[in-house]
Design a protein around this ligand. Structure first.
Ligand code: NCD
Length: 322
């Protein structure tokens, strides 16, 4: 694998390989000494042009558990605020000997630009680009689903027969997009649930059904309800009347939680707006996987970095992960 840019073009076998290697990584994280020597001497650069808490820390933890050196670069306080271009920034990293660049950027497509520009030889991992994709989030979500629904050793299994409802601000969500493609590739059935203002126009081309009523979506008994954060920072218009109104129509409150089948799970990528899209009762309930998702994120990112830096690196680029 040379890059991981999206899940839209990630094949089933490749996705399962990442999830299975992540299982191996998770096993090593049960040990007293969690650090593996695998990537000793490799340098991973975290290049973050947008705010992040868990994704950046998660990639850093993953790289360090594999003994790679990690350089954290955040655009605030760097020469990017002086107007330095992505090209110059990338070439500086190349000159410093980066083997992998993990990039988060506000512009959709920035990771692909970096990977295909010829500016760097390092492998590129998309850690979230605009409203486009966030592939490692979808992979850790798929990993979490597989583990919760099929038990601790689910190596080799896909998500055939699993139903997932993705709820909320689909329009601005790269998490939703990456999950739609990946979960579909893995055989899951997906329902997108939200107000018409927060469902994208081009959604008819997506492998998902649309539902405008959360209670009906819950009544259908999905195996998992994936709540999305309302992306207030990407909203330049009024997509719903008031926060209170949003929470009433689209928030997962205690009553809706009780209406879910006993064994369905509640997911959220974080950061959560408690009281808006998800109530404290739902976020903190035993069926919430929020913290498991964070834990699993480290194993999944270890797997991605491992496959990128220790596996074979073919010269040609064919797929989202190539
Ligand atoms: C997501 C992101 O940044 O796209 N968060 C994350 O990576 N855990 C989702 C979000 O910000 O709502």
């Amino acid at each position: 694998m040379r890059n991981l840019l999206d899940t839209r073009t990630l094949g089933r076998e490749q996705a399962l390989r990442i999830l299975d290697v992540a299982e191996d990584m998770a096993d090593t994280q049960q040990r007293e000494i969690k650090k593996l020597p695998t990537l000793r001497g490799k340098t991973v650069v975290n290049l973050f042009f947008e705010d992040s808490t868990r994704t950046r820390i998660s990639f850093e933890a993953a790289a360090k558990r594999l003994s790679a050196d990690v350089i954290n670069f955040s655009a605030k306080g760097s020469s990017v605020s002086k107007g330095e271009s992505l090209q110059d920034t990338a070439q500086t990293l190349q000159a410093m000997g980066a083997d992998a660049v993990v990039i988060r950027h506000g512009a959709s497509g920035a990771p692909r630009t970096l990977a295909t520009s010829g500016w760097i030889t390092a492998g590129v991992v998309n850690a979230g680009d605009g409203t486009h994709e966030h592939p490692t989030q979808a992979l850790l979500d798929a990993f979490t689903l597989r583990k919760r629904l099929f038990g601790s050793d689910s190596r080799g299994r896909d998500l055939s027969g699993v139903s997932v409802a993705i709820v909320g601000d689909i329009l601005h969500s790269r998490v939703a997009r990456s999950n739609v493609w990946l979960l579909h590739t893995l055989g899951a059935r997906i329902t997108l649930v939200g107000s018409p203002t927060l469902i994208p126009q081009d959604v008819s081309a997506w492998p998902a059904t649309i539902e405008y009523d959360l209670d009906r979506a819950i009544g259908a008994g999905p195996d998992a309800l994936m709540m999305l954060r309302i992306q207030l920072e990407r909203m330049n218009a009024a997509y719903f009347p008031t926060e209170r109104e949003y929470a009433r129509a689209w928030g997962l409150d205690g009553e809706r939680l009780d209406a879910l089948p006993a064994d369905s799970i509640v997911m959220h990528p974080g950061p959560m707006n408690r009281g808006l899209e998800i109530s404290a009762a739902a976020a903190d309930s035993p069926r919430s996987t929020v913290l498991e998702q964070v834990t699993n994120g480290v194993s999944v990112r270890m797997a991605v970095l491992y496959l990128l830096l220790a596996g074979e690196r073919p010269a040609s680029e064919k797929e989202g992960a190539s």
